[in-house]
Ligand binder design. Structure first.
Ligand code: S3P
Length: 170
């Protein structure tokens, strides 16, 4: 089956964004980043928006952005890590899509997030606890909604890209 969209899901800090860019370049398909679209829609960086308006409003903005994505045209969609928190998001994203779960181990995620800027904590005051608790809770959801799972801790960018493109063709 040929899909018109490739949708990347997975925990924050797993490398979804760089894989999405690479896929879009290779396929020459437009790239949509839900986080970037949300920041544009609300007129400020995600971190500022969440500290002013809270996660509930962020999730509402995320849902709106997802509902506005093109369904039938070719595209690569880079989703925020929490997209799986709302089933309605996944029902919309599933249409015509190969859904790829980009996975990495907790240590890799911790290392990457310790260095990164605009990523507000989810519900724990400590980064490691925030990752561990949410990772455990979300893992079955990423599993449930994905068609393909790729491990970004043990595969380089080219291999990941190839794995996705080959699956898309079959
Ligand atoms: C979130 C992940 C972020 C962003 C927001 C919420 C989450 O996206 O959407 O901070 O709930 O895990 P990335 O996965 O691109 O960091």
């Amino acid at each position: 089956m040929e899909y018109s969209r490739i949708v990347l899901i997975g925990f924050r800090g797993t490398g979804k964004t760089s894989l999405a860019k690479r896929l879009a370049d290779k396929l020459d398909w437009p790239l949509f980043s839900t986080d970037r679209m949300i920041a544009e829609a609300v007129g400020m960086p995600i971190g500022d928006y969440v500290s002013r308006n809270g996660w509930r409003n962020f999730r509402k903005a995320e849902r709106k952005v997802i509902a506005a994505l093109p369904v039938h045209a070719h595209s690569v969609v880079d989703c925020g890590g929490g997209v799986i928190e709302n089933e309605s998001n996944m029902l919309l994203l599933r249409q015509n899509s190969l859904i790829v779960w980009v996975e990495a181990d907790i240590e890799t995620i911790f290392r990457r997030l310790s260095r990164s800027g605009d990523r507000p904590l989810l519900n724990q005051p400590d980064l490691r606890r925030d990752i561990e608790e949410n990772y455990r809770r979300r893992e079955p959801l990423y599993e449930k909604y994905s068609d393909l799972r790729v491990d970004a801790s043990t595969n380089d960018a080219d291999t990941l890209c190839q794995m996705v493109i080959e699956t898309k063709r079959n």
